[in-house]
Design a protein around this ligand. Structure first.
Ligand code: SAM
Length: 277
């Protein structure tokens, strides 16, 4: 099994809460309720940010009564978007205590603490009974997880029959090695991308029925192109961003992911699977 400590040490800079509050104040968001859109540059920690979350949410089968589990909830942007948009309850789990504390803090600042909750837990050993959730959700987490059979088995176990598993993940591309560091790993030892075929086989072997399989690589390539152009012209410079959580080398990590995608080394998939009734 992968060393969880290595994954935890990759995510979450020291004194994150203090730096978050300072950056929110610098962005003019020191007081009042925070909207998901305002926090999106900081708390949607995946390719294409809030737009990707909105797309996945449309096909995840969510309603106001849904109980949702967000596996690898990070800073909590996706869970807060789902709770505020659909009125559902979302519980996030994450390995990183720093991220769990930040997600809770941002939920309070967003007036959503009654509809979202977070705790430290490992995706490979979910502390819930069988069939606890109506929807299981995960975005850009599985790249840190070698044992996909166990990850998908745990997702199936806690999902009710007929419930959906909504996934947005990075996969391998043309077989060429990645340029590191990338946003989920500074070195190859904690990066476990699968081919799309192997991912599909692992989901089906766990017992899922695939409902939707969408390649989002072209959209991701276009998004990284836009970001590159905007940063070259100096059009993007904001106090709120993932550098707060990940450190000053985050720009290099994100740039490498864009390069890996542009060179065909990595791809992006949106998948919706169902636990058969
Ligand atoms: C790139 S971030 C994505 C966060 C969030 N899903 C989002 O899209 O905004 C990956 C997250 O997965 C978490 N993670 C990685 N391996 C995990 C595991 N085995 N169990 C729980 N969380 C894990 C990390 O701590 C990190 O917060």
């Amino acid at each position: 099994m992968v060393d969880s400590v290595k994954v935890i040490s990759h995510y979450g800079e020291k004194d994150l809460l203090e730096r978050l509050d300072a950056a929110l104040a610098a962005a003019g968001l020191g007081d009042g309720e925070l909207a998901p859109e305002a926090l999106a540059p900081l708390d949607q920690f995946h390719t294409r940010g809030l737009a990707a979350t909105e797309e996945l949410a449309k096909v995840a089968g969510l309603g106001a009564a849904s109980m949702v589990l967000d596996i690898g909830s990070g800073l909590g942007g996706p869970s807060r978007y789902l709770a505020s948009t659909f009125g559902c309850h979302v519980h996030g789990i994450d390995l990183s205590p720093t991220f769990v504390a930040a997600a809770h803090h941002l939920a309070q600042r967003s007036g959503l603490a009654d509809r979202v909750s977070y705790e430290c837990a490992n995706a490979l050993d979910l502390p819930y009974e069988m069939e606890t959730f109506d929807v299981v959700w995960t975005q850009h987490v599985a790249m840190n997880i070698a044992d996909r059979g166990r990850l998908y088995g745990e997702a199936l176990r806690v999902l009710r029959k007929g419930g959906r598993f909504a996934i947005y993940d990075v996969v391998t591309g043309n077989g060429e090695p990645l340029h590191f560091p990338v946003p989920w790993s500074r070195e190859p030892g904690t990066s476990f991308l699968m081919t799309p075929d192997a991912m599909r086989a692992a989901l089906e072997a766990a017992g899922f029925h695939i409902l939707e399989w969408t390649d989002r690589t072209a959209a991701a390539r276009a998004w990284f192109d836009e970001r590159r152009k905007a940063s070259a012209t100096g059009a993007v410079s904001q106090p709120l961003g993932l550098h707060l959580a990940m450190g000053t080398d985050f720009a290099r990590m994100a740039g490498n992911l864009g390069r890996n995608i542009a060179e065909g080394r990595a791809g992006i998939l949106q998948v919706v699977a169902e636990r058969p009734r």
